[in-house]
Design a protein around this ligand. Sequence first.
Ligand SMILES: O=C(O)c1ccccc1N[C@@H]1O[C@H](COP(=O)(O)O)[C@@H](O)[C@H]1O
Length: 210
Amino acid sequence: MTGAKICGLSDPATLDAAVAGGASNVGFVFFAPSPRDLPFDRAAGLAARVPEHVGIVGVFVDPDDALIDAAVAAGSLTAIQLHKTAPPRIAELRRRTGRETWAALAVKTRADLDGARALAQAADRILYDAKTPEGAALPGGMGLRFDWELLRGFAHPLPWALSGGLDAGNVGEAIERTGAPLVDVSSGVETAPGVKDAGKIAAFLKAVRR
Ligand SMILES: O=C(O)c1ccccc1N[C@@H]1O[C@H](COP(=O)(O)O)[C@@H](O)[C@H]1O
């Protein structure tokens, strides 16, 4: 069964919708420029609603130690997801936190997949995500997708997940074409950047189960 992470949650109603719909993971973003950036006190309140069988993934962009330490504690994080972070630093944060560590790999061309090898010793999971344009404010969470065919026949060096531009209408095809064991969505279950929608979350999770 394919797992699903609903990312960028920031209010109780949509968090509850993700849990009720069968999400395997929920995601809290700790990155100030993001419209989904979550203050620590709200992360703590939301984390208290998450049952033990659902993972809580903190999303970071090359974070410093202070941010990681505070977020892991406040959000009761079970995993950390690192964007734009060099492999040695990923390994260091994995050791420091003792948490399952997901390394985002930004993909646009097949050559980008070469970066997967360097992550093999550093992380526990690779998250293939669409590369956002040079100079974009965010390295993810922009609803962009990459060519899933690039993953065909690729020898994944670690457990992995697929993200980037997924929604209820395309996630079934994405799973069928890539064999993704886990999918991750943010914009595709929103009505505006940072505004999650319970109905869209339910529809996404139903499409994953199908
Ligand atoms: O969602 C954000 O604001 C964000 C900020 C910084 C790094 C990553 C972020 N989101 C991640 O982006 C992917 C794909 O999102 P989308 O479905 O295309 O909107 C997902 O892994 C989010 O965790």
